[in-house]
Design a protein around this ligand. Structure first.
Ligand code: ADP
Length: 502
């Protein structure tokens, strides 16, 4: 069981990890990459811009220098101006400014010193050979410092000076980039951590209770109907699921109990008439041949006991019908004729029990679409209950009535009545009321099932101590109804011999 719960835990968690968390992770990494890329562009692009803007300032000054006069003079004065600019360059702390000859050799530097390590990088070569006239490179000096160098060709002839080169350290920018990287990676890690923690917390709040529910439900499924889930611990869908499973287990336990009661009461009741029959058969065999009176009494009792056995076997059949669903073979019937038959059938028994049957046969037929055998069963079960629960001397009324669309057969007795708390349950299978005299508790369940299958309704009204009225209402038959409520098509009830034959 524990293993199963773990399996479910891991699978829901895994689904979430694969779905929710993976997407969050991809998004965070994408945002991180985008942020770092744009920061990089900003920082290093900024340095590049700073260098280029200095170049354009110098170029502007050069253009102004010697715009008139002999070309060689102009070239010489530009060269001088350039050298002066380098010497007087006031940002020496930030940049190293160099002037280069056509071979790329350094003519002069702003710092006044020449360091070969600053000459690494491809920018000079790029500027001298490329079509754009400029080159840029970042490289690490032999001292380990990262630098950016940009070389541009001097756009005007300047007496031996071919190119200007600015080199600047990237240490500060690198440090800034590193800081941004660390901070943003930290933020991303925190975001992912929070997403993971909150997700796992949420998942655990579902998976753990579900695991418990599953473990207990497995015990219920294995037949332990006494276990109950803690339905008040969770005030949500899981709580409601627990309550529903508990209800289901309760209903199963109740049905199980009633079924066991039914089987034990039927087996018990079967034994009594059998004992009696066996006793009388032995008596008649031993002595009955010489005494016709004993034989007659014995036969009468055997007959009565056989009737009891017959009724019990009918109950058992009803029970199996209830288990397998009611099968119907419908045709157009006259409810009046069926009721009259039933009344004639129960009358002798009622007389024997000192009961009066009040029945007035309506003059016109009440056509219904029903199975004659099942309709007879409905009448017999209801009338049987009325007789069973009546007091001697009482009366039972069978009243037929109709409206434009329905016909109703009501059986009213003046017997014990049903306790209000039992009234809702008497139509449940195996339910026997507090007042129950004998029977297995399935009579009304069968009636309810048949009446529902016929598209009708069963109504039970009762006042304890005063009497009970059980009414069956069916739709009036009209042509075409066969297809309307073909009761044979109830779920799970294949009914091969049930084609309507009106
Ligand atoms: P059974 O087949 O044992 O008679 P039913 O399903 O017909 O069972 O009835 C269920 C219970 O309903 C009975 O045990 C009885 O308590 C109550 N009941 C049914 N009909 C009547 C009635 N006419 N008067 C009083 N109680 C009744």
């Amino acid at each position: 069981m524990a293993k199963k719960a773990t399996g479910m835990t891991s699978s829901i968690t895994r689904r979430w990890l694969r779905g929710g968390l993976l997407i969050t992770m991809v998004l965070v990494i994408l945002a991180e990459a985008l942020f770092l890329y744009s920061t990089y562009e900003d920082l290093y692009g900024g340095v590049q811009q700073a260098i280029l803007s200095r170049f354009s300032t110098i170029e502007g000054q050069l253009r102004a220098t010697g715009s008139a006069g002999e070309a060689s003079e102009v070239s010489a004065s530009r060269s001088q101006a350039l050298r002066r600019t380098v010497e007087q360059f006031d940002e020496k702390d930030k940049f190293e400014f160099m002037l280069l000859d056509p071979s790329g050799a350094v003519l002069t530097t702003a710092s006044g010193t020449f360091s070969q390590e600053l000459m690494a990088g491809t920018d000079v070569y790029e500027a001298m050979t490329g079509a754009s006239g400029s080159g840029i490179s970042t490289f690490r000096t032999s001292g380990g410092e990262r630098v950016m160098a940009i070389t541009v060709l001097v756009p005007y002839a300047a007496d031996g000076i071919t190119a200007m080169r600015l080199v600047t350290s990237l240490t500060l920018v690198d440090r800034q980039m590193m800081q941004f990287t660390l901070i943003s990676v930290g933020i991303a890690a925190v975001v992912l951590g929070v997403a993971l923690w909150s997700g796992l917390f949420f998942i655990r709040s579902i998976v753990l209770p579900l695991g418990r529910v599953e473990a207990l439900a497995t015990r219920i499924a294995a037949g332990d109907l006494t276990v109950r889930l803690p339905d008040n611990r969770y005030n949500d869908e899981i709580g409601r699921l627990c309550a529903t499973i508990n209800q289901m287990a309760g209903a199963l336990a109740e049905t199980e109990r009633m079924k066991n009661d039914f089987i034990s009461s039927v087996s018990h009741e079967l034994r009594t008439p059998l004992t009696s029959i066996k006793g009388w058969v032995e008596t008649i065999t031993a002595r009955g041949g010489g005494d016709p009176e004993i034989a007659r009494r014995g036969m009468a009792i055997i007959s009565a006991e056989t009737d009891r056995l017959y009724a019990m076997v009918e109950d058992l059949l009803d029970f199996s019908r209830l288990q397998n669903g009611v099968k119907l073979d419908c045709q157009v019937l006259d409810l009046v004729a069926e009721a009259t038959d039933a009344a004639l059938f129960v009358e002798p028994r009622m007389q024997k029990e000192n009961l009066r049957l009040i029945y007035e046969e309506p003059p016109e037929p009440y056509p219904v679409w029903a199975d004659p055998a099942r309709l007879r069963q409905v009448f017999v079960n209801i009338l049987d209950n009325a007789i069973k629960y009546s007091r001697p001397g009482g009366s039972v009324t069978l009243l037929l009535s109709r409206t434009a669309s329905t016909v109703t057969a009501a059986v009213r007795d003046e017997g014990k009545g049903i306790a209000p708390e039992d009234l809702d349950k008497v139509r449940l299978k195996f339910f026997k009321g507090k007042n129950a005299v004998r029977g297995s508790g399935i009579g009304l369940a069968v009636v309810d099932e048949i009446v529902t299958a016929l598209g009708g309704t069963l109504d039970i009204q009762s006042t304890l101590g005063e009497g009970t009225t059980v009414s069956v209402t069916l739709p009036v038959y009209h042509a075409g109804q066969e297809h309307l409520h073909d009761p044979l098509e109830l779920p799970g009830q294949p009914a091969p011999g049930s084609t309507p034959n009106s």
